[in-house]
Structures are given as structure tokens and as C-alpha cells.
Design a protein around this ligand. Structure first.
Ligand code: ATP
Length: 282
């Protein structure tokens, strides 16, 4: 993998401002990038704690992946500092993690905005599907909020494009997100566009419940049993349109080929969005 030289950034152009959170490789900061034109832009900066060659290479894999994507609802790579300590500079999502944002603003959400978020993420995932990229970790915790009207998909890459599941175990800190996973991913470690579809429906459920945890308090082995026995997450109780819950349930078809693909999901969500706008609940 090579990184286009356009992405090289001089460390002197970067100023760290505040800590945003902890990533898998190290701390993530909000900062400022000074451009040639003397203008300054807000950016997110990922750091890499361990500075050996192997770790740095894996860390930079996310940049290699991100530079391939150009979509309004996918966080963009701005650049990298490739000299130690290596930095990854990305578009900043001003309002932070989606799940935290939903929880913090529980009382201020209308259904229209929630469905809009789902539609935006579906368009990002339809785009990834067209690029033959399987995300493998779709969840509200991996979406970021740019403005109240715009969410973006983040935190993919990290060698998840490879078929080696070993890297996936590492990427999720040794813990698989069982409650989001399709049965074939749990049983056979099969990750495909259609297992992404399953995960996305769990993410829709998180959004429509405004940040509830799926299967909360239920141990993973019991969740697996429930899924095998045809039990699925319940209808989110805030006025979730039936058409949306129907779509989610199709995405949770046990047989992957019975699930809709992301192009179809995007189309369906656009329709549902219009229904909600015009107050027709089908
Ligand atoms: P993990 O695998 O645990 O999710 P990671 O290495 O992928 O870790 P992120 O989750 O992407 O790291 O980043 C850690 C935190 O930093 C996020 O939860 C988020 O709060 C913040 N963050 C990351 N990227 C951005 C961004 N572009 N804009 C705003 N905040 C960000």
C-alpha cells in the first residue's frame, strides 16, 4: 500500500488543542492544521503510542484505506505525518461520537432527524459496498456527528479489509461485538456485505432508541441462543414507523441472501424519510 504524497503533512503545521478520546493505538486530539494559505482548519489527530515499525505500519493502514474514499458521510483523511511520532490527521466531527450525542440529547430529537442519520449512514455503506469494502464493525459508537443534521462513518480501515480474522480480534481489543454480529460471523467468522447489513440494522436500532444498548444485561452466549431461536431486538418504542422496523427485520434474516443490500436499504430509507416528512406512516 502506498500513500499519495499529497497527504504528507509537516509536523510544524499541526497544533494539538485538546484530548478527544482514546483510540486503539493511542490518544485522539482535536487540533489545528495551518495550511499554506495561512488559513487554519480544525482537525482530528490520531496518535500512535507504540513506535515500532510493525505497529506504525498497522496504524497507517487506516490512512491507506481512508484515502480511497470520498463521500459526504465518511470521515475524510486529511493527511499524515510519517516521521515518528506518526500522526494521522482527519476531518473533525465537531459534535463527537453518535451514541454519546444521542444519549446527551435524548429529549431534543425528532424522528425525522433520527431517520435522516440512518439514511446518511446507509448512503455511506452503499458507497463502501460499491467499493467492495466490508466494514465489519458498524455500530453507533463508530459513527461521528459533524452537525445536528449530519453524521459520518468513521473508524474503519485498520486492516479490516483483509480476510485475516486475527487482525479483527485485535481491532476490537480482544472482544468481539457479538451483540451486533450476524450469526454467520459469530459461527463461521464470515464477514461480507450482507453481515454488514445485519450490523447496520442493529445500528439503526441504537439510533431509534437514542443510544440504548442492544440486548443489555444479556450475556453473549444467551444472545447467540436468542438469535438462533429467531428472537430479534424489539421495536424501538418511540414512534418508530412500521416500515422501518420491517426493514430492520429483513436485515436480520438468518439466511444472508434473504437480506436486502445497501443500495436497496438506502432506497427504502429515502422512502421512509419522505413518509416521516409528510407524516404518512406505512
Ligand atoms: P476503537 O477501535 O476503540 O474505536 P480507534 O483507534 O478506532 O479505537 P476511534 O474510536 O476512531 O479510535 O477514536 C477514539 C475517539 O476519538 C472516538 O471515540 C471519538 O470520540 C474521537 N474521535 C476519533 N476520530 C474523530 C474525528 N474525526 N472527529 C471527532 N472525534 C473523533
Amino acid at each position: 500500500d502506498v500513500l499519495s504524497s499529497d497527504y504528507q503533512i509537516d509536523r510544524k503545521q499541526i497544533q494539538l488543542i485538546e484530548l478527544l478520546g482514546d483510540g486503539q493505538f493511542g490518544e485522539v486530539y482535536r487540533g489545528i492544521l495551518k495550511t499554506d494559505q495561512q488559513s487554519e482548519i480544525n482537525v482530528a489527530i490520531k496518535t500512535c503510542k507504540i513506535q515500532d515499525v510493525t505497529t506504525t505500519e498497522t496504524f497507517l493502514d487506516e490512512a491507506y484505506v481512508m484515502q480511497k474514499f470520498y463521500h459526504p458521510h465518511i470521515i475524510k483523511l486529511i493527511g499524515v505525518c510519517t516521521e515518528q511520532p506518526v500522526l494521522l490527521i482527519m476531518e473533525l466531527a465537531q459534535l463527537g461520537e453518535l451514541r454519546a450525542y444521542l444519549v446527551a440529547n435524548r429529549n431534543n430529537f425528532d424522528l425525522l432527524t433520527l431517520v435522516l442519520y440512518c439514511e446518511q449512514l446507509a448512503s455511506a455503506l452503499a458507497y463502501l459496498e460499491s467499493k467492495k469494502f466490508v466494514h465489519r464493525d458498524i455500530a453507533a459508537r463508530n459513527a461521528l456527528v459533524s452537525s445536528h443534521e449530519s453524521v459520518k462513518l468513521a473508524d474503519f480501515g485498520l486492516s479490516r479489509q483483509l480476510t485475516l480474522d486475527h487482525s479483527y480480534y485485535k481491532a476490537s481489543k480482544g472482544k468481539l461485538p457479538i451483540k451486533w454480529m450476524a450469526p454467520e460471523s459469530i459461527n463461521f467468522r464470515r464477514f461480507t456485505h450482507l453481515s454488514d447489513v445485519w450490523m447496520f440494522a442493529v445500528c439503526i436500532w441504537e439510533i431509534l432508541t437514542m443510544g440504548k444498548k442492544p440486548f443489555q444485561g444479556i450475556p453473549n452466549p444467551d444472545v447467540i441462543d436468542q438469535i438462533e431461536n429467531g428472537i430479534r431486538l424489539p421495536l424501538p418504542h418511540i414512534n418508530c414507523p412500521k416500515s422501518l422496523y420491517d426493514l430492520m427485520q429483513e436485515c436480520w434474516s438468518y439466511e444472508p441472501t434473504n437480506r436486502p443490500n445497501f443500495i436497496q436499504i438506502e432506497t427504502r430509507l429515502k422512502l421512509i424519510l419522505n413518509q416521516v416528512k409528510t407524516n404518512i406512516h406505512l
